[in-house]
Ligand binder design. Structure first.
Ligand code: 9MG
Length: 278
């Protein structure tokens, strides 16, 4: 494996493992933090990454800002302090591609310098300077669709026809990104499940995964443990594994090639079954 992503990388389904380096992460909340005074425990982070790789992760997605509904924003300085030492340590120790889950231009630029292989931006390069930083990095970028901002996005999402609106939004966004200098082949699309969407919107988008795939870009789907599953199944966070796997398998069968997940070993199993059957 190499730290950089080669062109054929997404020709088979890939597992992007979530590595939240936030004290308030929605699933593994703060487990990588030692006692409150000591901050992030880098040894614990590296042990976690080693386990994720053994489980079958293809990409490690490092994020320093919680984007769950209602999450408070994090300062730029704090985001640097959380994310960069982790990207550096993973790149030094392992040869896995590291994705940086950020919308902040300076974090993108610094992470690229540290050897990050992919930018995962839930705000699709709409923050000031983000487009230029992504172009300068020459890295693949995941553009995610979100209506609103994490602090308020679930208050009242409105669409007339969510699928055609999100497809049209991607058309414009891709055109703009390519005009600004991003290579078309470096653009990954993500409909942003749970980001400014009601359950009916999320389900419509998941069922339309093939329409996003038809745009000719790799498609990333993130459903792992999300509250959608809580509402559909009446399950708490720690009981959402089966639902997460069912949606992940469905996304693969509709052509998605990147699954952003917490449960890597189990997702690697369903991917193996998918590949046996294909
Ligand atoms: C950071 N993050 C949380 N959920 C996500 C999702 O569904 N997609 C992407 N690209 N990033 C996400």
């Amino acid at each position: 494996m190499s730290n950089l992503i080669q062109s054929a990388f997404f020709s088979r389904p890939r597992i992007m493992a979530v590595l939240n380096v936030t004290p308030d992460s929605f699933f593994d909340g703060g487990r990588l933090y030692g006692s409150s005074a000591s901050g992030l425990d880098l040894d614990a982070v590296l042990m976690k990454v080693e386990a994720l790789l053994e489980d079958g992760a293809d990409i490690i997605d490092v994020g320093g800002e919680s984007t769950r509904p209602g999450a408070a924003p994090v300062s730029e300085e704090e985001e640097h302090e959380r994310v960069l030492p982790v990207v550096r340590a993973i790149v030094e120790r392992f040869s896995v591609p590291v994705s940086v889950d950020t919308s902040t231009a300076s974090v993108m630029a610094a992470a690229a310098q540290e050897g990050a292989a992919l930018i995962n931006d839930v705000r699709a390069l709409q923050r000031p300077g983000a487009m230029a930083a992504a172009v300068e990095s020459a890295l693949p970028v995941c553009l995610m669709h979100m209506q609103g901002q994490p602090s308020s996005m679930q208050e009242a999402p409105v669409y007339e026809d969510v699928v055609s609106e999100v497809l049209a939004w991607f058309d414009k966004r891709i055109e703009l990104c390519v005009n600004q200098g991003l290579k078309k082949q470096n653009i990954i699309l993500d409909p942003g499940i749970g980001f400014g969407k009601l359950d009916e919107h999320n389900l419509a988008l998941l069922k339309a995964t093939d329409q996003f795939v038809a745009k000719g870009h790799p498609v990333l789907i993130g459903v792992s443990r999300k509250s959608l599953l809580g509402r559909l199944l009446g399950r708490e966070l720690d009981q959402r594994l089966a639902g997460s796997l069912a949606l992940a398998y469905d996304a693969l069968s509709r052509g998605a090639t990147i699954l952003r997940v917490h449960d890597v070993a189990e997702t690697a199993d369903i991917r193996a079954i998918y590949e046996f059957l294909r």
